[in-house]
Design a protein around this ligand. Structure first.
Ligand code: SF4
Length: 219
């Protein structure tokens, strides 16, 4: 089959169909319940695996189960619990800082708009968009390292920064497809389209993939 960029409507629909078949349940692999645990889990997952976050958060949530509890927590206690997580010192400080701000300025409740989320310590564009998407508060297309890499390899975007990739993906796909596609690209990046050695010869998406076409991977 001739390899093509998956930018035409037909090829984009084919891509979505293949991803839906591969990963029928597109959802976060972080384990959380409620708004507090959602924000904390997503914030901790920056530069860290979901598996490590899921192994660490039960102890945190048992000892400090709310923004209010975290706002009063001693920094050393939070640091000790978060020790297995990358950048635990910065994240511990940010967790206390964002909890204090939420208690003081948002009545102890997680704000549900982008600008308010972005004003919290440790919350950047990706974290804010993931939280809004998971809350169902807004249609967003968060771009993490997997979404960035896989979408570029597929030929969906030529953007060289996260905001450009996010903008191009949003133009290519309907808003109601963003959340699922975000999760699908993450799943595929973790399992098949790995950063160092993508498993192109066994990849279901190879027939649509720009990178595979250039590498002359048989489909
Ligand atoms: S064919 Fe290779 S580069 Fe393309 S999506 Fe699959 S694993 Fe990634």
């Amino acid at each position: 089959m001739t390899k093509q960029l998956p930018k035409s409507l037909y090829l984009r629909q084919e891509l979505l169909h293949l991803l839906q078949t591969l990963y029928p349940e597109p959802k976060s692999e972080l384990i959380f319940t409620g708004d507090f645990q959602l924000l904390v889990s997503v914030m901790l997952s920056a530069q860290c695996t979901d598996k490590k976050v899921n192994q660490t958060t039960p102890a945190l949530f048992a000892k400090f189960p709310s923004f209010e509890a975290c706002s009063r927590a001693p920094l050393s206690d939070i640091e000790e619990i978060l020790h297995p997580i990358n950048y635990f010192r910065t994240k511990a400080k940010n967790l206390i800082g964002l909890s204090k701000k939420i208690c003081l300025e948002f009545d102890g409740k997680l704000p549900r708009n982008y600008d308010a989320l972005l004003s919290l310590p440790g919350v950047g564009n990706k974290t804010a968009n993931v939280v809004l998407s998971e809350l169902g508060a807004a249609l967003t297309f968060p771009v993490d390292t997997h979404v960035f890499r896989v979408s570029k390899r597929l030929g969906l975007t030529n953007g060289d920064d996260v905001l450009k990739v996010e903008s191009e993906l949003k133009k290519l796909f309907a808003p109601e497809q963003w959340r699922s596609l975000h999760h699908w690209l993450i799943f595929h990046g973790r399992r098949v389209c790995k950063a160092q050695r993508p498993l192109c010869p066994s990849c279901t998406l190879a027939k649509l993939c720009h990178y595979a076409a250039r590498a002359k991977v048989p489909s």
